[in-house]
Design a protein around this ligand. Sequence first.
Ligand SMILES: [Zn+2]
Length: 71
Amino acid sequence: MQNNTMVACPTCGQKSPWSQDNKNRPFCSERCKLIDLGEWASESYSIPQQNSEEDEIFSEDLVANPNKSFL
Ligand SMILES: [Zn+2]
C-alpha cells in the first residue's frame, strides 16, 4: 500500500502529499487553505433556494388581493 499520494493544491496547484500529517490537505499549506476559504467567502455564493413555490404563492396572493378589493 503506497502512502505517498500527491494531490494538487486547489489554490496554487503545487503538489503536496496526501497524508495524515498534512492537516491542510488538499491544500499544500495553511496559507493556501485560508486564501481559498477567503475567496469562497468573498464571492457572493448564491445558494439555490428551494422555496420557489412559496414565493409563487406569495406573489399570487399579492396579485389577487388588489383584484378582490377592486371588484
Ligand atoms: Zn498551495
